[in-house]
Design a protein around this ligand. Structure first.
Ligand code: TMP
Ligand code: ASP
Length: 236
C-alpha cells in the first residue's frame, strides 16, 4: 500500500492516507507531552516502543474477540491500520486508584478499587479533556446508547485480557485509556494505541512505576523504563 498525504498530526502520532481509503498509516513519534500539552519533551525511541507494543497487544485483544484497527506493522515506527473516525471519548478503566482519580476523590494512590471502574473523558484539548457521563455523551450526540454499551463491554474485556497479560510479565495494570473508532459502515473497533503512554503499569514486586508517570513526574530512567516494558511485553 502506498503512503499518501498526512491526514492528522497528534501529540504522539501522525496519520497518513494511503491509496486505499479504507486504510491509514500511523507513524509513532518520540514527542511526549503531559498535563494537556503544558509539559513537553522527547523520550528517545518511545515511538518504536509504543508502535511495537501496541501491535502485540492489539493482536492479542483481537484474538480474544475485540476487533481492532491493527492490520500490519510496516516498520519500527509505522503501522497499517483500518481507517476509522475516532469517537471523541477517552475510555478509562481503573483497577487501582492513581492519578486524577486519587486527586479528585482524595484516595491514596495504590488503593485497590472494589471493581474495574470505567470513566469517560470528552476528547477535547481546548476543554482539557473533561470527565463526561453517559447522558452528557448521548445528549451531545457523541455516541448512541448502543454504541456506548458496545464500548463498555469491549473495554471491560480489554481490561481482563491486558490485566492477565501484564501480570504474566510482572506488571500490575493500575489503569489505562483506550479510544474507539467507527468504520465507514458504523462498526466500532478499538483504535489509537496501548502503550506506557496510555497505561499505568507498576512492577509487581517493587511497585516501581513503569510508565509515562516517570516523565510526567520527573522520576528519571524514562527511556530505560520504556525499553524494559517492551522487553517484557515481547517476552525477552
Ligand atoms: P489520569 O489518572 O491522569 O486520569 O489517567 C488515567 C489513565 O489514562 C492513565 O493510564 C494515563 C491515561 N491517560 C492518557 O492516556 N491520556 C491522557 O491524556 C490522560 C490524562 C491520561
Ligand atoms: N495529559 C496527557 C498525558 O499526561 C498528555 C497531554 O495531554 O499532553 O498523558
Amino acid at each position: 500500500m502506498e503512503q499518501r498525504e498526512q491526514r492528522y498530526e497528534g501529540k504522539a502520532k501522525k496519520v497518513y492516507a494511503t491509496d486505499d481509503p479504507a486504510y491509514y498509516i500511523v507513524s509513532y513519534k518520540d514527542d511526549a507531552t503531559a498535563f494537556n500539552g503544558e509539559k513537553k519533551g522527547t523520550i528517545a525511541s518511545k515511538g518504536i516502543v509504543n508502535n511495537i507494543m501496541s501491535n502485540i497487544i492489539f493482536a492479542l485483544i483481537a484474538e480474544e474477540g475485540v476487533p481492532t484497527h491493527f492490520v500490519k506493522q510496516l516498520s519500527d515506527r509505522d503501522t497499517l491500520v483500518k481507517a476509522v473516525t475516532i469517537l471523541p471519548l477517552e475510555v478509562i478503566i481503573r483497577n487501582v486508584a492513581a492519578g486524577s482519580f486519587s486527586k479528585r476523590y482524595g484516595v491514596d494512590e495504590g488503593t485497590p478499587l472494589l471493581f474495574p471502574t470505567l470513566e469517560f473523558s470528552y476528547k477535547n484539548d481546548e476543554l482539557g479533556d473533561p470527565l463526561i457521563n453517559d447522558d452528557h455523551i448521548m445528549a451531545l450526540g457523541l455516541a448512541t446508547k448502543e454504541e456506548l454499551n458496545q464500548v463498555r463491554s469491549y473495554t471491560h474485556k480489554v481490561n481482563e485480557v491486558m490485566k492477565a497479560f501484564f501480570l504474566d510479565k510482572g506488571l500490575k495494570l493500575i489503569d489505562f485509556k483506550i479510544e474507539f473508532g467507527k468504520l465507514a459502515d458504523g462498526t466500532i473497533i478499538l483504535a489509537d494505541e496501548v502503550s506506557p503512554d496510555t497505561c499505568r503499569l507498576w512492577d509487581v514486586n517493587t511497585n516501581e512505576k513503569m510508565d509515562k508517570d516517570r516523565f510526567r513526574r520527573d522520576l528519571g530512567k524514562v527511556e530505560e523504563t520504556y525499553q524494559e516494558v517492551l522487553k517484557r511485553v515481547k517476552g525477552e
